[in-house]
Design a protein around this ligand. Structure first.
Ligand code: ADP
Ligand code: MG
Length: 698
């Protein structure tokens, strides 16, 4: 029997070393199994044939039946192309190739019947079809329902004749050569219980659907399996971890916490903050190791919750640390925490990549001796040189930027795994949270501190800047400050910096009476800090920045956020940016400036921003608009969620179902050792063997 995962596609008839290399490079397909799970991204109904005489402007992909009259080569150099005159008796249309001419001439002889599939393009009143798919008439039987699958391919692949049709043929070859290899990866009793088709059936139907209904059943089955195994893995390891890892017991609420709470807390906690602090207290006192995700919209006051939690660790004789994704943020957290604690006897320190060598050595020694009680910093915290004397609580801010791997490195910072609190200001839709962080307990701050007025958001076109400048002037004269953010997109940084720098000149010009400062990622840390400080202190009225100010920065007096080229930002990023204002008591504004030409999706994005201030609502909309693969944060997390077929935006119910089933199975057989669950056990090991084993870390 062939091991589908091990069997290289080099051995597949029609592949060979060159194509194999291309398949691996371009679409990551290496083994038979990879190819079988390289699912079509769309299906097109090819049951209807069009007549050439019916062709008109703006048609989708269509299908023609007919024969070639003759071929000719026209044009010179780059516009050189091969044209095939194709007719079905109702008219003649040009089929055009800019590449691969010889191959075409050899393969498609005039006179024989072919099926042509492609998108007609108008040249004046004449139509042609560039690079169509062509099949001999006889091949139509292969796809009985007329539902033709489409596989994504790249330009390089197409040049090597690995187009969608070629991929389907390869899949066909594999499926035809297999017998017992398509064993089911879900146990029979489970399949029965959920009423889904077998793996084998699903494989055939997903690649060669007999009908729309059968295709849907196949998709459901494969989606279910994908989601089910993620949940099974997560729930099983979380369960094992709870059993195996003893948590540090913070039984004591002592003078650090109490003194701060009664003497130095500058305001009353919101109801939500109180509830969350209680949840954390209970968790850390329970004897279990805490792994908690704290979600709270921007400005909801997570930092204070973090601080109170750290004081609890101190009360129980432990150190605490807090890690932030950027230097600016870490610095700001440090300033906030040190500020809150300035009249208490607590030693707080900051460690980042730019901490000087001498200072660093001193800090490292103090951390190791336990002299430093609260350590705040960037990734620098997880370096091996940082050794705590007794770390009891690790807090990670803006969680989605750190991956599981980094989280786990923090865990190892103490002999006994510390409690872990991860905080995120990007509300995560429920389905995504279940998939990415289904192993964490979740707390939510769903209430903003009192006195905040909802931010007014408007959308303006960049053709009317004068109106915008007048508005800004009025606000600044009222004593407020203004952020102006420019996009920074990977790959076009040069242009972006040019935009920012030009903007800087314009603003200095338009507002000679005000002070304008500017920060961006390319500045030296010291300059950046100086510019930031000018704004934080109120000396600068306007701060121009790239997205470096995206997360966490807190200047309550800033009440206007202008986002330039707003069409280039994602929804959650826009929401994050907007969250930089609305922190004081005055009315705040967010102005989304875009060009006039917008795609439908972009227009929708901006509309959602104008209509909603609710981070969860926005996150859901983002998931729907962009799909989970693109969601900010999931990419950066470094682990991502590699879903081949399930769609978190659309398959929420199926996900819940998969989780319920996983829970049910684990409740009866936590270690999956029963005979009937052996399949699950083996598949889990195979799927997740290269991932960190949570349960074993201590
Ligand atoms: P985020 O959740 O975005 O990290 P922060 O912790 O930065 O929010 O808090 C935003 C602002 O709200 C800060 O200026 C903070 O001091 C203030 N704040 C936090 N909690 C309260 C509260 N209960 N009452 C009033 N202001 C608060
Ligand atoms: Mg914050």
């Amino acid at each position: 029997m062939i091991d589908l995962e091990r069997r290289s596609i080099v051995y597949l008839p029609g592949v060979g070393p060159k194509k194999a290399e291309l398949l691996e490079k371009e679409i990551g397909v290496r083994s038979y199994a990879d190819l079988l799970s390289f699912y079509p991204y769309k299906y097109i109904d090819r049951s209807r044939f069009y007549k050439i005489s019916e062709i008109e402007g703006n048609m989708p992909y269509i299908q023609l039946k007919g024969r070639f009259q003759y071929f000719e080569t026209v044009g010179e150099g780059r516009s050189k192309r091969l044209i095939g005159k194709f007719t079905d008796g109702t008219g003649v249309i040009d089929l055009v190739w800019f590449k691969g001419g010889n191959y075409i001439l050899e393969k498609y002889k005039p006179g024989a019947d072919f099926i042509v599939f492609g998108k007609p393009v108008a040249f004046g009143r004449v139509y042609n079809i560039p690079h169509p798919d062509i099949d001999p008439m006889s091949s139509i039987e292969q796809v009985a329902s007329g539902l033709t699958p489409y596989y994504s391919t790249t330009e390089k692949m197409k040049k090597a004749f690995l187009n969608s049709r070629a991929i389907q043929n390869l899949v066909y070859t594999i499926l035809n050569s297999l017998t017992d290899e398509l064993a089911d990866s879900l146990p029979e009793y489970l399949l029965k219980r959920v009423g889904m088709v077998s793996f084998k059936e699903a494989m055939y139907q997903i690649h060669f659907p007999d009908s729309t209904e059968k295709l849907r059943n196949a998709q459901t089955r494969l989606k279910f399996e994908e989601l089910f195994y993620i949940q099974l893995n997560m729930l099983q390891t979380a369960g094992q971890r709870k059993l195996r890892i003893k948590g540090l017991v913070f039984s004591h609420v002592g003078s650090y916490f109490n003194t701060f709470y009664s003497d130095y807390l500058p305001f009353e906690l919101t109801g939500a903050q109180k509830r969350v602090v209680r949840e954390i207290r209970t968790d850390m006192g329970s004897g279990r190791q805490m792994n908690r995700l704290l979600q709270g919209d921007v400005g909801s006051g997570k930092t204070l919750v973090a601080l109170l939690s750290m004081l609890l660790a101190l009360d129980n004789g432990y150190q605490a640390c807090m890690m932030a994704p950027t230097e600016i943020l870490a610095t700001q957290h440090f300033a906030t925490v040190a500020g809150f604690l300035k009249d208490m006897d607590v030693k707080v320190a900051l460690l980042t990549g730019s901490t000087r060598k001498k200072e660093r050595e001193r800090l490292l020694a103090q951390i190791a001796e336990g002299e430093i009680q609260i350590l705040i910093g960037t990734h620098a915290l997880i370096e091996d040189t940082v050794v705590f004397s007794s770390l009891g609580l690790a807090i990670i801010d803006e969680q989605h930027r750190f991956g599981v791997e980094q989280r786990s490195r923090l865990w190892k910072k103490n002999k006994q795994i510390p409690h872990v609190l991860v905080m995120t200001a990007t509300p995560i839709p429920r389905t995504l949270a279940m998939t990415l962080y289904g192993d964490l307990d979740v707390s939510v701050i769903d209430e903003l501190p009192p006195g905040r007025k909802p931010i007014k958001t408007v959308h303006r076109y960049d053709t009317n800047k004068k109106q915008l400048y007048d508005f800004l002037r009025k606000e600044i004269e009222l004593g407020r400050q203004v952020y102006v953010v420019f996009p920074l997109i990977e790959g076009s940084e040069k242009l972006d910096y040019k935009d920012l720098e030009e903007g800087y000149e314009v603003f200095k010009d338009v507002f000679p009476e005000f002070t304008v400062s500017m920060v961006h990622g390319r500045m030296k840390a010291a300059d950046k800090e100086a510019e930031m400080k000018r704004f934080i202190s109120g000396e600068a009225h306007i701060l121009l920045a790239t997205t470096v100010i995206e997360v966490g920065v807190n200047v309550p007096n800033a009440s206007v956020m202008v986002i330039e080229s707003a069409e280039r930002f994602g929804l959650s990023q826009l929401h994050q940016l907007r969250g930089r204002v609305g922190r004081g008591a005055e009315q705040s504004y967010c102005v989304l400036v875009s060009s006039y030409k917008l795609s439908n999706d972009t227009r929708k994005r901006l509309e959602i921003m104008v209509n909603s201030n609710d981070g969860f609502e926005i996150a859901e909309a983002d998931l729907r608009l962009r799909g989970h693969g693109d969601l900010e944060g999931t990419r950066q997390s470094g682990e991502g969620i590699d879903l081949k077929i399930a769609d978190l935006a659309a398959d929420g119910q199926l996900l819940q179902y998969a989780r319920d089933m996983a829970q049910m199975i684990l409740a009866e057989d936590p270690d999956l050792t029963e005979e009937r669950n052996l399949v699950l056990n083996q598949k889990l090991k195979k799927l997740f063997s290269n991932k960190i084993n949570w349960g074993m870390i201590s």
